[in-house]
Design a protein around this ligand. Structure first.
Ligand code: FNR
Length: 196
């Protein structure tokens, strides 16, 4: 079976540069044989994590995201950078998914041994590079295996004029390559998980 990957942009705004970039990542993974589900985090509105909300009854959106994560073999994320880190939206989404599931005790088992690839976009010159360092670390902490390749697309207002269009050819190949690498890695890790 082909590996299945879950993709999203770490921004909610309609004209988000990361929303424009994520289809390039998805195309790379699909060209390498993966099945990709591209979701919009607007469809999974979550409160800021609060243990009391969790105790009173897990939001349905959390279970929906956990079910999605259970059905997929890896993650593709295009993230903005806020004040040198990943946006609260991205961390909050990962934090909620990592909580106990409807089926079992620990959401982190949903992530463990799966593949991930990350890119970023920013109107600034560094392209959100610092957010990638932080996100890479957080994903590794959850047990995901993050491919070493990554691309930070700076000057995004010029380079990402519309959805799926990355004008800089070298960067386009780089982002496409991240998607392809995640597809390859997810395929191999899936084989290893199935053997256990
Ligand atoms: C930013 N922005 C930003 N950009 C950057 O390159 N480094 C940074 O540290 C920050 N910090 C930051 C903090 C906050 C609170 C906001 C709202 C924005 C600018 C950011 O890159 C820009 O808003 C992007 O357009 C956000 O990504 P999307 O929404 O276009 O995908």
């Amino acid at each position: 079976d082909p590996p299945r990957l879950l993709a999203f942009a770490g921004s909610l705004r309609r004209e988000s540069f990361n929303r424009r970039l994520v289809p390039v990542l998805v195309e790379g993974a699909r060209d390498a044989g993966a099945e990709v589900s591209l979701i919009d985090l607007r469809d999974y509105p979550l409160p800021v994590y609060d243990g009391d909300i969790e105790a009173d009854g897990m939001p349905d959106e959390v279970f929906r995201l956990q079910d999605l994560m259970a059905e997929h073999d890896g993650l593709l994320i295009s993230t903005p950078e806020y004040n040198g880190s990943m946006p609260a939206l991205v961390k909050n989404t990962l934090d909620w998914i990592s909580r106990p599931t409807a089926a079992g005790p620990s959401g982190t088992t949903l992530f463990r041994g799966k593949a991930a690839g990350i890119v970023s976009a920013s109107p600034g010159p560094l392209g959100g590079l610092r957010s990638l360092l932080v996100l890479r670390d957080a994903l590794a902490k959850l047990g995901l295996v993050v491919v070493p390749q990554q691309v930070a697309v700076g000057l995004a207002a010029e380079r990402l004029p519309e959805t799926g269009v990355l004008v800089d050819e070298r960067m386009r190949e780089g982002v496409h390559g991240v998607g392809a690498s995640v597809a390859d890695l997810a395929f191999r890790l899936k084989g290893a998980r199935d053997e256990r």
